[in-house]
Write a protein that binds this ligand. Structure first.
Ligand code: A3P
Length: 309
């Protein structure tokens, strides 16, 4: 066992990935109970790679004809409440399996999220015709974002977080919840190359740079493209604005709410800077060198590249 950045213990489980015990329970339960349907949408990320944003965008795209933007549930509920994790222990009780979580009204689609790595994904997800959208993030920003998140969790629970130096040492050995991060990303990257109609592979930085293009691309991939009338009415722009970091961060629910159960993160923890390149404010030259070497070693030859500006 090894410590995660917030000081709690991680254990190596299936295929050598690192998990908190509660996540192992969640994964096992999802593997046993989750039955994907052909029209389901599964959003997969490595933690701190834009999960909350991806959930908001997908929810807004899929439900755009059900709610006027000024009445969108995204204005009063955190995206994690609207798009449940299939493996999150918070959603399990003795009598509940994930399928019972369906609470998306007026829709044939069910949208779910997960951080489960490719080798452990419930079989029905790969065997059904459901679609997967995977979002990754450049490893430097992901690392800084994860560290800040874990510092907040530790402070909230009054435990001692690791320093940035200690955290980097862990990461260089792949030790992070759901890590090694490169195995996570590469698993879905390779699968998306093999099966591009099943998995849409996105990068946080690309979506940030041209949100309108990717909102359109996501809608097409998910089988609900925008009509020319919608395009002319500015629906794509509305979705982009509704889900923007600036808009979501300041919503009352995201400033003051907290996820279930007791002890789960405050909603505000999911909204910090929302920028590309914030790592420049934290990484020393040796730290940057270490992470760049790691990226070179792990990603070279895969065809997957990250722009480091
Ligand atoms: P930072 O810590 O760099 O600010 P996740 O949702 O996977 O937990 O990732 C959280 C990261 O995504 C945080 O990054 C957070 O600020 C950012 N984020 C949250 N909502 C966002 C949004 N609507 N648009 C862009 N980034 C967002």
């Amino acid at each position: 066992r090894e410590k995660d950045f917030d000081g709690t213990y991680l254990y190596q489980y299936q295929e050598g990935f690192w998990y908190r015990p509660t996540y192992i329970v969640g994964i096992l339960s999802a593997q046993r109970h989750f039955q994907a349907r052909d029209d389901d949408i599964i959003l997969i990320t490595y933690p701190k790679s834009g999960t909350t944003w991806l959930k908001a965008l997908t929810y807004a795209i899929v439900h755009r004809s059900h709610y006027a933007f000024e009445h969108s549930p995204l204005l009063t509920a955190n995206p994690h409440e609207l798009v449940p994790f299939i493996d999150h222990p918070a959603y399990y009780s003795e009598n509940h399996c994930p399928r019972n979580l369906e609470h998306l009204p007026n829709s044939t689609h069910s949208i779910f999220g997960t951080h489960i790595p490719y080798p452990s994904i419930p079989r029905s997800i790969m065997n059904s015709n459901c679609r997967i959208v995977y979002m990754c993030r450049n490893p430097l920003d992901q690392f800084i974002s994860y560290w800040h998140f874990m510092v907040k969790i530790a402070q909230d629970r009054e435990t001692e977080p690791l320093s940035l130096e200690e955290a980097l040492e862990r990461v260089s050995h792949g030790i992070q919840g759901f890590g090694p991060s490169w195995e996570h990303v590469l698993g879905y990257w390779r699968a998306s190359l093999e099966n591009p109609n099943k998995i849409l592979f996105l990068k946080y930085e690309d979506v940030m740079e041209d949100t309108l293009f990717y909102v359109k691309k996501m809608a097409e991939f998910l089988g609900c493209p925008f009509s020319s009338v919608e395009e002319n009415q500015g629906v794509i722009e509305e979705i982009s604005k509704l889900c923007s970091f600036e808009n979501m961060k300041d919503l009352e629910v995201n400033k003051t709410g907290r996820l279930v159960p007791p002890g789960a993160p405050k909603n505000s923890f999911f909204f910090r800077e929302g920028k590309v390149g914030d790592w420049t404010n934290y990484l020393t030259s040796p730290m940057l060198e270490c992470l760049k070497n790691l990226m070179e070693e792990k990603f070279s030859g895969s065809g997957l590249t990250f722009r480091i500006t």
